[in-house]
Design a protein around this ligand. Structure first.
Ligand code: APR
Length: 173
């Protein structure tokens, strides 16, 4: 399956697209959002200003500017509110909408951060299961996207995504 888990800094990934765990303003922030804007340079914010924000679960694409990646796909993940406010569905939509945009823009390789599991406090194992399920399902039918990498910033996150991937493989065997 063209889904891999790696530990690292997503701003260093030379994939056709990297995904940004943004907020609905699309005007930058901390965490991976801050790192991506810092590495991409001011033109990224300038383009984001023209997008008029983005709803949670939706996604919008920009150029990558000074990043090694050609494109940045921005998606606001859900803030965790206990699990009864549609958070699971919104997180699944983030992954599906980012992959749809990647396909529409001819991106063969895509790197994702662990959306919503930082500041937005979405439980890590739950998020990893949703991410792996959505990416695996998309890769089964996509004619364009060939490789997806979950880029984990720390070893705890990496272990959670590796475990989710192993569980998914076990199911297909
Ligand atoms: N590369 C890869 N992953 C990173 C990087 C990086 N350079 N920096 C942080 N991360 C990881 C975090 O460790 C976490 O595992 O990205 C994951 C998502 O965490 P956040 O960046 O906090 O994103 P999220 O939980 O979706 O919250 C989004 O935070 O920064 C603000 O503007 C952003 O309001 C939005 C909110």
């Amino acid at each position: 399956m063209g889904l891999h888990v790696a530990k690292g800094d997503i701003t260093a990934f030379e994939t056709d697209a990297i995904v940004n765990a943004a907020n609905t303003s699309l005007l930058g922030g901390g965490g991976v959002d801050g790192a991506i804007h810092h590495a991409a340079g001011p033109e990224l914010l300038a383009e984001c200003r023209t997008l008029n924000g983005c709803e949670t679960g939706q996604a919008k694409i920009t150029e990558g500017y000074r990043l090694p990646a050609k494109h940045v796909i921005h998606t606001p993940g859900p803030v965790w509110r206990g699990g009864n406010s549609g958070e699971d569905g919104l997180l699944a939509s983030c992954y599906r909408n980012c992959l749809r945009l990647a396909e529409e823009n001819g991106c063969r390789t895509v790197a994702f951060p662990s959306i919503s599991t930082g500041v937005y406090r979405f439980p890590l194992d739950r998020a990893a299961a949703i991410a792996v399920r959505e990416i695996a399902a998309f890769l089964k039918t996509s004619k364009v996207v060939r490789e997806v990498t979950m880029v984990c910033f720390d070893i705890v996150t990496e272990a959670a995504y590796k475990a989710a991937l192993e569980k998914a493989h076990a199911k297909t065997e």
